[in-house]
Design a protein around this ligand. Structure first.
Ligand code: WT7
Length: 658
């Protein structure tokens, strides 16, 4: 971000001075009851982070063998910069999320309240979940899965998706969940990078009443995934599917034969638990690696603190398990805490725009966690959909994925929260494993648009280009100064890139990739990425990934992708394309959109495509993205025009090089 842009965002958020203290009735029974209490705990944790986490790890996780060393962290001067937590211990994330509750007499508590898009539903207690997970773990074993093997999961939001993740964890297999909107190409890339042995999918998925053909997409991917030996297919929609004898197996057939006796395998604290691919600033997605004990502890504690977990809560996180939010705050966090979780399969506007509010009323949801992009859509759809339902069960609201703009915050607070529910604006990343900054809802007053303060054990520092800490209200790069148990343990199979991306620019500190500022009250304000990563509807997209997809089309010579502000998505994808000898027609524009969709997935499909004779470049040959962003935002041109423009000529009118 340029300094001009930085000061612009500072201006907009600096005008926000409203303060919303926690309601007294809320603080009264909260985990953290006051700012003082939070500060005492935060200071103590910051003075000795390993001691703080050691105590929690011993108390909160089940250990088959206790750990002997809390943190092994070679000071960043020496390589590699991978922290190891709770070294020497053996635990199991599935045991902590399921068996522990059954063993402690809470087996009859409901774990999952599942609502299917067509209106079917299912409830599973922790004891029932233990049976299902054990059976599916045995099914995986029957296919030859052993600890350390990778299992890719491309499934709709059914209970079986959570069961599959936990079954992998139970036997030490490493899951790689791939969001069910990704293309066959994207699945194959991820399978090949991870060396996937077994693929899990479904015949289809319901989306706004239509059945999406998941198995067909997977078949296309498997044609290019040489390492995959077996494919397990859940019957969900009942549609016809292509079938490969010997390789493909129905989920229900395997389950019928599987025994429910499958004790959790004791795993090393640092055994890989999962890989989750996310976009970086190059074309190749990064396989973020998380391990067992530290991640599980971090997900559990941050869930309990931020969502102020109470035994009688009905908690609903609307994220898909294909994203980190679904991993940490639908499965590993709330289930380690023993919470009752609502899980919903479909779209928020099917069959009508009040579906979410209907679900909240039906299940008496008390804690609700969603994304600003969804909130902006609700506002647009109109208050009448909200007004039809009784939302009085709600006591706490959460937001994640991007900063929540103050207008959306106010609507969420008034219309959904009835002015009585605190809002937690949670800042974190796929890499951090769990929430890093958020109000503790009983202790920290909210300022709309700020993620407020770091959680205990998290030490953020905002630094300048030289790595020096900046003062209050000065923008800079957000870093984290000390390892925390939930942090990534590297990129799958790419140590060099891990060091390069996160540890090379600012020595000794984890580089988050976001700009931020901290105000004089110690409140943090996130101000956007430092790299060319877009945030579209709360999902990370790399501009280079989209550009590579475009140039793989025979008509395209060169492409540049940038973000432009979008009312609902936050950012929309705008691309500028130069053609080889093709005609710049509307048909070609449509074809290119579909091409990106096919290469990456629907979420990356460009919103605008502009044809140009040449792209504006600096003398050193770098694409002038700032100029393109201005054009895409409508500053120079309006509308989705098919006219061929010469943006390079436009660039000459500007004397500022990027
Ligand atoms: C990036 C991480 C965290 C799970 C979902 C996204 C942006 C996320 C916030 C927030 C401002 C936010 C950041 C971050 N972001 N939450 N509350 N306020 N920005 O995970 O795909 O790994 O993306 O999302 O830019 O770096 P992700």
């Amino acid at each position: 971000m340029s300094s001009a842009e930085t000061s612009r965002s500072i201006d907009t958020v600096m005008r926000e001075e409203r303060l919303f203290p926690p309601p007294e009735a809320f603080s009264h029974r909260a985990h953290f009851k006051s700012l003082d209490e939070y500060e005492v705990v935060w200071e103590a944790a910051a003075a000795d982070p390993p001691a703080f986490w050691e105590k929690l790890a011993r108390e909160e996780l089940h250990w088959f063998e206790p750990f002997t060393e809390t943190l092994r962290w070679n000071e960043p001067q020496s390589q590699p910069f991978v922290a190891e937590w709770f070294v020497g211990g053996k635990t199991n994330a599935c045991y902590n999320c399921v068996d522990k509750h059954v063993a402690e007499g809470r087996g009859d508590k409901v774990a999952i309240l599942w609502e299917g898009e067509p209106g079917d539903s299912l409830s599973l207690t922790y004891a029932e979940l233990q049976t299902e997970v054990s059976k599916f773990a045995n099914a995986l074993k029957s296919l030859g899965v052993v600890p350390g093997d990778r299992v890719s999961i491309y499934m709709p939001m059914t209970p079986e998706l959570a069961i599959a993740m936990l079954a992998c964890a139970r036997i030490g297999a490493v899951h790689s969940v791939i969001f069910a909107g990704f293309s066959a190409e994207a699945i194959a890339d991820r399978n090949n990078d991870a060396g996937t042995k077994v693929m899990l999918t479904a015949d289809g998925a319901w989306r706004r009443g239509k059945a999406l053909a998941l198995k067909e997409t997977v078949d296309e991917a498997l044609a290019k995934s040489a390492t995959v030996e077996h494919c397990v297919v859940l019957k969900r929609t009942g549609q016809e599917v292509p079938w490969t004898e010997g390789r493909d197996h129905w989920w229900h057939d395997l389950m019928q034969e599987a025994s429910a006796d499958c004790p959790a395998t004791p795993m090393d604290s640092e055994a890989p638990l999962f890989i989750l691919y996310t976009s970086g600033s190059t074309g190749k997605p990064k396989g973020i690696k998380h391990t067992t004990a530290g991640y599980n502890l971090y997900a559990k504690k941050t869930y309990e603190w931020v969502f102020d977990y109470q035994e009688d809560d009905v908690y609903w996180c609307t994220a898909d398990c294909g994203w980190i939010t679904g991993h940490s705050y639908l499965v590993y966090g709330p289930m380690a805490a023993g919470a009752t979780c609502v899980m919903y399969e479909g779209a928020p506007n099917h069959p009508a725009e009040d579906r979410f509010w209907e679900i909240i009323e039906k299940y008496k949801v008390s804690v609700f966690y969603t994304a600003p992009t969804a909130i902006r859509a609700f506002i647009k759809w109109g208050d009448e959909h909200v007004d039809k339902h009784d939302l009085s069960s709600l006591r706490l609201l959460g937001s994640v994925g991007e900063g929540i703009n103050p207008e959306a915050w106010m609507w969420y607070h008034t219309k959904i929260g009835g002015e009585r529910c605190p809002i937690v604006d949670t800042w974190w990343q796929t890499e951090t494993g769990g929430i890093m900054m958020s109000p503790l809802p009983g202790a920290i007053a909210a300022k709309p648009g700020s993620c407020t303060k770091p959680l205990p054990g998290v030490i953020p520092k905002i630094v300048d280009e030289q790595g020096a800490e900046v003062g209050a209200d000065q923008g800079g790069m957000l870093t984290v100064a000390h390892p925390w148990p939930g942090m990534l343990r590297g990129l799958w199979g790419d140590d060099d890139r891990y060091k390069e991306v996160y540890w090379s620019k600012v020595p000794g500190k984890y580089l988050a990739g976001d700009n931020a500022r901290c105000d004089s009250d110690g409140y943090y304000w996130i101000m956007g990425r430092i790299d060319d990563v877009l945030n579209v509807s709360g999902h990370r997209l790399s501009t280079i990934e989209i550009e590579s997809a475009l140039v793989s089309h025979p008509a395209v010579a060169e492409a540049a992708a940038v973000g432009r502000p979008h009312e609902l998505k936050g950012e929309a994808v705008a691309v500028f394309v130069t053609l080889k000898d093709a005609e710049p027609t509307d048909e070609l524009r449509k074809e290119l959109k579909l091409h990106v969709r096919k290469e990456i997935g629907a979420l990356a499909q460009p919103d605008d495509i502009r044809f140009t004779n040449s792209l504006p470049k600096t003398r050193s040959g770098k694409i002038m993205r700032r100029l393109l962003r201005d054009i895409a935002a409508g500053k120079e041109l309006v509308g989705d025009t098919s006219t061929v423009e010469d943006y390079a000529a436009l660039a000459k009118l500007r004397d500022d090089e990027e």
